[in-house]
Design a protein around this ligand. Structure first.
Ligand code: ATP
Ligand code: MG
Length: 362
């Protein structure tokens, strides 16, 4: 039997720093729990541009297609701002998402008890919060045609088109129902069927797919009402499925219920591969954070939690993922804080590697 394969793309800025902590944890799983990955590492973003003149080499793209999962750090940085759009670091990430056809973007909003004071909301509203937003990632208003800035009479008009086919809605709906089955069996679909045809179709198709999941309690909500409910009482939700644009807004909103950017993982999933698991790219929500890069200040938890998602969704190791999350919970409860998790009078922060070591020890 061959070991499951994991392609690691540390990228730019704090990407390599936080990924180094994940590497320690991967090694620990091999040494202590006998869970061995076939790990390879490659370049993406500015790091790839510096060596190859392109933010994603074709060989790297091929490796990503062949891997059981890809774990990415972050791309970009001020050094690359002057580059032509076609070779910008972000284009490397966009190419991965596009060619792997990753249509389902999972953004958990999970509040560790020790950090509940960090939320902008009251503690009892967020303590213990654990919800998942599934955002459609490859279609909708970001891609629909016609699009552009056109001349209309003697003024210009900017046009974007919200467009969804039944199959595009059905596949993301299915991935959300599958997720709900593994969690609390509750799914809320959000659109604006009151004012948008794509929303009417969205609601119809999600309802139809739901017939295959009679155990899942399905509800529908207009996305604006959803935004309101997410801030009023977010614990009423388990899994939320929504389109590309609403998902962009709602997942950022939900994320900030829980505190720092340094804590937020994500997964982007595509169609099932031969092994039955979806094509998958895992990455922290944060960017390359050039303001703190190279200083050992970055919080590695978002990237470590992204690896936990990989354990759960790509490698059938849900219990090991929960064990890793519990270690993070414990370290936070014991008081370890990177600088991003501290108030102005917080005391002495731990470094990136200090946090990684504490999680390993726990
Ligand atoms: P991008 O365009 O790549 O998404 P961005 O402009 O949204 O980048 P980030 O790079 O995510 O920004 O950083 C935003 C702020 O959050 C910065 O001040 C950064 O230092 C901080 N930050 C981001 N990630 C972390 C982290 N892992 N640990 C600590 N601070 C972080
Ligand atoms: Mg950003």
């Amino acid at each position: 039997m061959t070991n499951p394969s994991l392609l690691i793309l540390p990228g730019d800025g704090i990407g390599p720093e936080v990924m180094a902590e994940v590497r320690k944890i991967i090694d620990w799983f091999g040494a202590k729990r006998g869970i061995v990955f076939d790990v390879s590492e490659d370049l993406v973003g500015g790091a790839a541009y510096d060596l190859h003149g392109t933010p994603l080499h074709d060989d790297t793209m091929a490796k990503a297609q062949a891997a059981d999962a890809v774990l990415l750090g972050a791309v970009g940085g001020p050094k690359y701002d002057v580059l032509d759009f076609s070779v910008k670091p972000e284009r490397g990430l966009l190419r991965l998402r596009k060619e792997m056809d990753l249509f389902s973007n999972l953004r958990p909003a999970q509040c560790f008890d020790a950090l509940a004071d960090f939320s902008s909301l009251k503690k009892d509203v967020v303590a213990g919060l654990d919800i998942m937003i599934v955002r459609e990632l490859t279609s909708g208003v970001y891609f629909g045609e016609p699009r552009g800035i056109f001349k209309e009479g003697n003024e210009r008009v900017g046009i974007n088109t919200q467009r969804y086919t039944e199959s595009e809605i059905a596949r993301v709906a299915r991935s959300a129902f599958e997720l709900a089955m593994r969690r609390d069996k509750k799914l809320c679909s959000m659109e604006k069927a009151n004012v948008m045809e794509s929303g009417i179709l969205w609601r119809e198709v999600v309802t139809e797919v739901g017939k295959d999941y009679p155990e899942v309690e399905l509800s529908h909500m207009y996305a604006d009402a959803g935004a309101m409910q997410l801030t009023r009482w977010p614990k009423q939700f388990d899994v939320i499925v929504t389109d590309n644009l609403f998902g962009d807004l709602l997942s950022d909103l939900a994320a900030m219920l829980t505190g720092s950017l340094g804590m937020l993982p994500s997964a982007s999933l595509g169609a099932p591969m031969a092994n039955g698991r979806p094509k998958a790219l895992y990455e922290p929500v944060h960017g390359s954070a050039p303001d703190i890069a190279g200083q050992g200040k970055a919080n590695p938890i978002a990237c470590i939690l992204s690896f936990a998602m990989a354990l759960r969704y790509s490698f059938d190791q849900g219990e090991e993922a929960a064990r890793l999350e519990a270690a993070i919970e414990k370290v936070l409860a014991d008081g370890a804080r990177t600088a991003d998790l501290m108030g102005p009078d917080g005391g002495t922060p731990v470094s990136t590697s200090g946090m990684g070591d504490a999680i390993l020890a726990a």
